[in-house]
Design a protein around this ligand. Structure first.
Ligand code: NAD
Length: 455
């Protein structure tokens, strides 16, 4: 059997490519060595949102007096939360399976290794040494947690004292003291979760700021809010050693020890390119990732890379779009990925979401710009629903084109309405055109409309 398309990896990039290609009539084989849905569905985006929502409800139940609700006792059942999270994951994985079936995709539940070429065809072997040949190949193998060379870390990972994104979502007991290494997206979301449900939490971050490349103002506001909620941050600190029940870190030249019940290592992820046989078809990863152009094409005609493995955005929603573009390219339809409107979200409480350029990036590029900063309290719905939450809506406008260049948000529903701003940026709507848009009232998103009229 000769396939039109072979896909390695059944995460958001791989299964979206399979679904679109199958629906377009291509003969597709999708290889997945673990579970369909990949990291996002099984041990990332979705399970973490199930946990974070339980924590949010718990918090609301405890702090509900001000809203006129009295509860006699509120307690948190982590094993029930994990059980429910597992149910959600099972349902969604089954949904992906169903989609594959409906699109006529053959799913092979085994690891695949590229074994070279046979004329124009690409050849793969599965774990049972069965050979598959295809005219096109999509590499969608995702990423794996980065494990820095810290003495004792490997042993502590093996003993379970240190966990990564997978283990932290399966703890059936709340640790009394959780140490988080890395104040990036995973670190902050999990610090926020475990603090809300009762852990003492310390975050060790080597940079002087949290949340990576976010706007410094948002990062500072988030830091202060999370500190107010009881999370301790050690910034400009580096872990130097991991023991059996402690970590050592160096800050300002002084080495100190911190006892912990559990440590989360969240220092980034790296593209999964090992043992794939890429070299057999002439692909050499650059900086550890499979390089692509805006159509997802690698240096080898007929071979594409989508999702985390290309090292571009490492976000599930970027992977969806990259997969669609790669399939359209295979089908001969003109398409290309634009990351202009690709939003980023951190699902802490409060949520942080941003899209486009930051003020610092505009300054660096020497572009004339205007900015406006508003708290979410400019929205009536926000006032009606919220008590004591830090918030910020920051818009930056490109003064040359009078179009929006970027938006940074911190506050409730930010993850849900950032997409609208992304579309305004992508479509290059002018200030006047945005002013003419009707926002539903009352919504928290109206803070954008308020801000627009102040630019
Ligand atoms: P990250 O790159 O977001 O953050 C890692 C942090 O660890 C950085 O701030 C870095 O300075 C710090 N760090 C690195 N080495 C360190 C050390 N030795 N000691 C102390 N600090 C150190 O990585 P992450 O949080 O692991 O997330 C991984 C990937 O998963 C990201 O690409 C992210 O986009 C994706 N993800 C996205 C979401 C989301 O969209 N909400 C959620 C989870 C994960």
């Amino acid at each position: 059997m000769i396939y039109d398309l072979l896909i390695i990896g059944g995460g958001p990039g791989g299964y979206t490519a399979a679904e679109r290609a199958g629906a377009a009539g291509l003969k597709v084989a999708l290889f997945e060595q673990n579970k369909l849905g990949g990291v996002c569905l099984n041990e990332g985006c979705i399970p973490s949102k199930a946990l974070l929502n339980s924590a949010k409800l718990y918090n609301q139940a405890r702090d509900s007096q001000v809203f006129g609700i009295k509860t006699s006792e509120t307690s948190y059942d982590q094993s029930q939360v994990i059980k429910r999270k597992n149910k959600v994951v099972r349902m969604l994985v089954a949904g992906v399976k169903q989609k594959m079936k409906a699109s006529g995709v053959e799913v092979i539940e085994a690891a695949a290794r590229i074994s070279g070429r046979d004329g124009d065809l690409f050849c793969l072997h599965d774990a049972f040494d069965k050979k598959y040949s295809g005219r096109n190949l999509i590499i969608a193998t995702g990423s794996v947690p980065a494990i820095p060379p810290i003495p004792g870390l490997k042993e502590a990972l093996a003993s379970g004292f240190v966990v990564t994104n997978r283990g932290i979502l399966d703890l059936t007991e709340i640790p009394s003291h959780l140490v988080v290494i890395g104040a990036g997206v995973i670190g902050l979301e999990m610090a926020s979760y475990y603090r809300t449900v009762g852990s003492e939490v310390t975050v060790i971050e080597q940079q002087k700021k949290i949340a990576g490349e976010t706007d410094p103002q948002i990062s500072e506001l988030l830091l202060r809010d999370l500190e107010r909620k009881g999370i301790r941050f050690l910034l400009g600190a580096k872990v130097t050693n991991v023991g059996t029940d402690f970590v050592s870190y160096e800050q300002d030249g002084i080495i100190q020890e911190l006892a912990a019940d559990c440590v989360l290592c969240a220092v980034g992820r790296r593209p999964a390119v090992s043992d794939l046989g890429l070299e057999t078809i002439g692909i050499a990863p650059e900086n550890g990732a499979v390089g692509t152009d805006a159509q997802g094409r690698t240096n080898v005609p007929g071979v594409y890379a989508v999702g985390d493995v290309n090292g571009i955005w490492m976000l599930a929603h970027a992977a969806y779009r990259e997969a669609e573009v790669a399939v359209n390219t295979i089908l001969g339809r003109e398409d290309k990925v634009s990351y202009l409107n690709c939003p980023s979200v951190i699902y802490t409480s409060p949520e942080v979401a941003w899209v486009g350029l930051t003020e610092a990036e505009l300054e660096q590029a020497g572009k004339p710009y205007r900015k406006v900063e508003l708290p979410f309290s400019y929205s009536g719905r926000y006032q009606a629903e919220t008590e004591r939450e830090a918030s910020l809506c920051k818009l930056v406008l490109d003064e040359e084109s009078m179009t929006l260049a970027g938006c940074q948000l911190m506050g409730p529903y930010a993850s849900e309405f950032i997409v609208a701003v992304g579309i305004m940026i992508e479509q290059k709507l002018t200030l006047d055109e945005i002013k003419a848009q009707i926002f539903p009232h009352p919504t928290v998103a109206e803070v954008i409309r308020e801000a627009i009229f102040m630019l």
